[in-house]
Design a protein around this ligand. Structure first.
Ligand SMILES: NC(=O)c1ccc[n+]([C@@H]2O[C@H](COP(=O)([O-])OP(=O)(O)OC[C@H]3O[C@@H](n4cnc5c(N)ncnc54)[C@H](O)[C@@H]3O)[C@@H](O)[C@H]2O)c1
Length: 254
């Protein structure tokens, strides 16, 4: 038996990076996975990787900033797998910039995807979880939900909102079997960081000096975050809700 055997799991932003690794890890442990991403081709690539090794997955193209598309994504899980047990609100954008130069579009997009996307996901999944007597929601925030960095004020604001959204949801449903926890990863090697790295002098320069801000001395790997997603999705964490789980190679310890 896998650690999430037979559980219906929805992972957003699962066409790349942490979301893809999480979808794969959940499927390895018996999860039935809806692989959701705004990039449908990338979502289908993740599904191919899962099904090639005998896992169960289906792709959905979704913009998590659109509430109707999010409803349809959750409906797909219920239709395909009979329920939704696990929701991983992972999709996100990071558009770095100097505060007084932020455009209306960048502000709106960051908050629509990183904050409203998680709100829509919870709103849509929770009625099904209440009906079936429980579920596990995992929001992916960032260390920037706890501490900020140069050029990341807006991103940090969105991730701080994710941390507090998680705590609020956890409180409201604690007695109804719905758990809600948030993961705060440090610097993980994925494309979401490339624009920020450019502003800091390029990815090579950032990685050459990563010791200065991430004591473990290297970027994290998506699968290292996926292990924590799996842990929170599984029944091993039935007493955990409202927890802020930092997985950051020591970054916020200094
Ligand atoms: N990589 C890091 O260092 C790091 C650190 C802390 C937190 N995070 C968070 O982890 C999450 C995943 O990021 P990642 O590092 O895997 O990046 P990534 O760029 O590899 O993956 C992000 C995925 O989200 C998808 N996406 C973007 N907007 C979307 C939308 N509106 N609807 C649906 N899908 C959308 C993208 O197409 C992409 O496949 C994000 O929330 C990010 O903020 C990443």
């Amino acid at each position: 038996m896998g650690r999430v055997e037979g559980k219906s799991c929805v992972v957003t932003g699962a066409g790349s990076g942490i979301g893809r690794a999480s979808a794969i890890r959940l499927a390895e442990e018996g999860g039935l996975v809806v692989v959701a991403d705004i990039d449908g081709d990338h979502a289908r690539e993740t599904v191919d990787q899962i099904t090639r090794t005998g896992g169960v997955a289906t792709a959905v193209t979704v913009d998590v900033a659109d509430p109707r598309q999010v409803d349809a994504m959750i409906e797909t899980a219920v239709r395909e797998y009979g329920s939704i047990n696990v929701l991983v609100n992972n999709a996100g954008v990071n558009i770095p910039g100097v505060v007084h130069e932020l455009t209306d579009e960048v502000i709106a997009r960051t908050l629509d995807v990183n904050v409203k996307g998680q709100i829509y996901g919870c709103r849509s999944a929770i009625p099904h979880m209440l009906h079936q007597g429980g579920g596990s929601i995992i929001n992916v925030a960032s260390v920037n939900g706890l501490v900020s960095e140069p050029y990341l004020a807006l991103y940090s604001a969105s991730k701080g909102a994710s941390v507090m959204w998680t705590k609020g949801v956890a409180l409201d449903y604690a007695k109804q079997g719905i758990r809600c926890n948030v993961i705060c990863p440090g610097w993980v090697d994925t494309p979401i960081n490339y624009a920020h790295a450019e502003m800091l002098g390029g990815l090579d320069k950032v990685y050459a000096s990563i010791d200065s801000f991430q004591p473990i001395g290297r970027p994290g790997e998506p699968r290292e975050i996926a292990h924590t997603v799996l842990f929170l999705a599984s029944d091993e964490t039935v007493f955990m809700t409202g927890s802020v789980v930092v997985v950051d190679g020591g970054m916020t310890s200094q």
